[in-house]
Write a protein that binds this ligand. Sequence first.
Ligand code: PEP
Length: 257
Amino acid sequence: MRTPFIAANWKMHKSIAEAVEFARVFAPLVRDVTDVEIAIAPAFTSLAALRAALGTSRVALAGQNAHFEAKGAFTGEISVAMLADVGCRHVILGHSERRALFGETDAFIAKKLRAVQAAGLRPILCVGESAVEREAGRTFDVLRSQLEGSLAEADPSHAAELVVAYEPVWAIGTGKTATPELAQEAHGFVRARLAERFGPAAESIRIQYGGSVKPENTADLMAQADIDGALVGGASLDPVSFSAIIRFRERRAGVSG
Ligand code: PEP
């Protein structure tokens, strides 16, 4: 009942020309896919050109970050309204790189999340434990505290449009994917916390898995009850590989994953 949602996070990669070339190859590869929602979060500089290059394709745009203020003296920042203006439907918030490298706290992320919802865009809230936290048996404590903190200002009337990405930090860009069972355990925990916070709307919230997702491991991850999509970094930079991830059902039905 939850439509799978697979999003690309290009981080600080691709020039405008490279983004346009990606769209030229990628759009035809997913043109007939109607049962998976797709989004791409390029660098801010490529948003407008990518929108134009995707044309009538169903692929949505996402921002990689946003500030919670509407406008003002915030050098280097971008507002939610600016992202909406360029055609974004989603905004990634609280990515582990933002948390670890740029000091973003849950309280800061909570303000952004509220601003994204207020503007009618859809947040993709990232949560996940580090290797040290997992080894110390603190995974669930970390997830609980990130969810409570980052969702502190969330609008319950927009709960169903919220997307949460469970991204174990030790799996991001490392080639080490969580096993489907381990990921499902975390996703089930996340959904239970979302149910405490939002009630029955939690059943509609898509929970993406992120962390070294590849064409070979997507089908097994997606077979889990509470894994509703993927947030893909490295493997989303290549149009053939990202389209193979989106067409995971064909792999499940055919070649073993
Ligand atoms: C990410 O950065 O959100 C991510 C999941 O990256 P990768 O797929 O490269 O691990």
